[in-house]
Design a binder for this molecule. Structure first.
Ligand code: KIV
Ligand code: ZN
Length: 549
């Protein structure tokens, strides 16, 4: 025992993180992330907001059933219908026994939110908060209450609300900086004030939840910990609404690297950080900026000669934490086209990836294709290849690429010929476009007979070097729902086509799933086609319509 106070990590990547613009995960992807979060050792996984859509409900239910270890939390406004829906989605975890499920209920407490959004008086807000907590306690022992927009609330009123919900049975109090407005010193003062003025606060957990609108989410969260918070809410890669939430990896590594200063510890298995970051980036399609702290590509790269010299003489001259501590393995090996399935599997295992048989087979086939073009396949390439392999294996490859040829150049119009297989049928089409990628996408649309909106396209090199593989992320939009696809190849046009097909196959799978649910007379019938599969229903975000009664 080192005598350090334990701070719990509450991950909300799947709830607040998923509220990022353009991010939409299906149930399989959420499950894959939740399993990885369990490996990472988070204390709580906020799996979703069940009342918002059938897809969100299904994701929370699946995670509550299949992911064991962390407490599984579900969000609910302070309304009976929300709380009941959250309790229902959490049923599998509740049935496993005590302490496995948490209902997280919230209502806004700032004058601006109470007056303009809720149109409720402070007394009515207290009543709703107390009633929601009491109702939640009928289902679970672990009830978290959040005072939305706490940092713009009157501290005296906040203390009253918190005192009332503790009496009603809340076990965790959360202090959100909903709009990323506070500063470290001010937030720390607020946390201390609450600790001194809320009756019974010593019996419950005290949590902080910060947004990054002014770039201070991590600093504010750490100030909260210094002031006595015992739980921090955060997301992988700082994903989240607007500028995002506090980044889990930054908070955890700050607490670990500066344990001498903070004097606290977390239960996070830090060597799982890098892989978790890659997985979330792969499945959400939100790439991590190269200079992002902890998980950015350059976070451990030393470019300046003086720094390199220092590092060679003594690592700690310029390195305050090791790449290994976040699971970033030094790229030693290289696999090539003669590497067999066994070597492939063994290397993945060394990197910490345990794939099922079907996932392994699919990943191996993609590896062989890559190795055919690229002499040396590095660890980074392998990671790009297998990140998200679990949920990829659940998407039937309805359309697959058989052949691609493009003609483009500085003069003339780009043209593409694409041959796709769908079951036993093989079809070829050619098209012109504004560049080879556009031409190829038009040819695909001709084959499938579906024109989908391209909402986003990103390309980045996985490693350095002229033979680097290009990783393309494509975002397709239908009915307001986003489908993210990824493709990898040394040929960036091919990677672009593979990414497009991956996203398109996901869209088709979502349509089928929705039709199946509708035919079965289930909840999908009430949502949009894609909503049943992605967890987001068209235009309806319960967060924005709080206290709809
Ligand atoms: O930012 C916020 O206020 C929230 C609450 C629902 C906790 O996400
Ligand atoms: Zn939030």
């Amino acid at each position: 025992m080192n005598g350090r106070r334990r701070v719990e990590i509450f991950d909300t990547t799947l709830r607040d993180g998923e509220q990022s613009p353009g991010v939409s995960l299906n149930v399989h992807e959420k499950l894959e992330i939740a399993r990885q979060l369990a490996r990472l050792g988070v204390d709580v996984i906020e799996a979703g907001f069940p009342v918002t859509s059938p897809g969100d409900f299904a994701a929370v239910q699946a995670i509550a059933r299949e992911v064991h270890g962390p407490v599984i939390a579900a969000l609910a406004r302070a309304l009976p219908g929300d709380v009941e829906r959250a309790a229902e989605a959490l049923r599998p975890a509740r049935e496993r026994g005590k302490g496995q499920a948490r209902i997280h209920t919230f209502i806004a407490t700032s004058p601006i939110h109470m007056r303009y959004k809720l149109r409720k008086s402070p007394e009515e807000v207290i009543e709703l908060a107390v009633a929601a907590v009491k109702l939640a306690r009928q289902y679970v022992e672990d009830v978290e209450f959040s005072a939305e927009d706490a940092t713009r609330s009157d501290p005296e009123f906040l203390a009253r609300v918190f005192g009332a919900v503790i009496e009603a049975g809340a076990t965790v109090l959360n202090v959100p900086d909903t709009v990323g407005y506070t500063t470290p010193a001010e937030f720390s003062r607020l946390i201390r004030f609450l600790r001194e003025n809320v009756p019974g606060i010593e019996r419950v957990k005290l949590s902080v939840h910060c947004h990054d609108d002014l770039g201070m989410a991590v600093a504010n969260s750490l100030a909260g910990v210094e002031a006595g918070a015992t739980q921090v809410e955060c997301t992988i890669n700082g994903l989240g609404e607007r500028a995002g939430n506090a980044a889990l990896e930054e908070i955890v590594m700050a607490l670990r690297t500066r344990a001498d200063f903070y004097g606290v510890e977390t239960g996070i298995v830090t060597p799982e950080i890098y892989r978790t970051s890659r997985l979330v980036s792969a499945l959400t399609g939100v790439m991590v900026q190269p200079n992002k702290a902890i998980v950015g590509e350059n976070a451990f790269a030393h470019e300046a000669g003086i720094h390199q010299d220092g590092i060679l003489k003594e690592r700690t001259t310029y390195e305050i934490m090791t790449p290994e501590s976040i699971g970033l393995k030094q790229s030693r090996l290289v696999l090539g086209k003669h590497s067999g399935r066994h070597a492939f599997r063994a290397r993945l295992a060394e990197l910490g990836y345990e794939l099922g048989e079907q996932e392994l087979q699919q990943a191996y086939e993609r590896f062989i294709e890559l190795a055919d073009r690229k002499k040396n396949v590095s660890d980074r390439d392998l990671e790009a290849l297998v990140a998200g392999a679990g949920s990829r294996a659940t998407v039937p490859e309805e359309y697959s690429l058989e052949y691609l040829s493009v003609v483009s150049g500085t003069a003339g119009i780009a043209t593409a010929t694409v041959k796709l297989r769908r079951g036993d049928e093989v079809r070829t089409e050619a098209a012109c476009g504004d560049g080879p990628v556009d031409a190829a996408y038009r040819a695909i649309d001709r084959i499938t007979g579906v024109h989908v909106e391209l909402d986003g396209y990103q390309l980045q090199a996985v490693t350095g070097g002229k033979d680097a593989a290009g990783e393309v992320v494509v975002r397709l939009k239908e009915d307001g729902h986003i489908f993210v696809g990824r493709g990898l190849s040394t040929d960036v046009i091919e990677a672009s086509v593979r990414a497009y097909l991956h996203a398109f196959n996901k869209l088709l799978a979502a349509r089928r799933e929705a039709q199946g649910t509708a035919a079965a007379g289930g909840q999908g019938a009430t949502g949009s086609v894609a909503g049943a599969a992605t967890g987001k229903e068209t235009g309806e975000r319960a967060t924005g319509t709080e206290a709809r009664s």
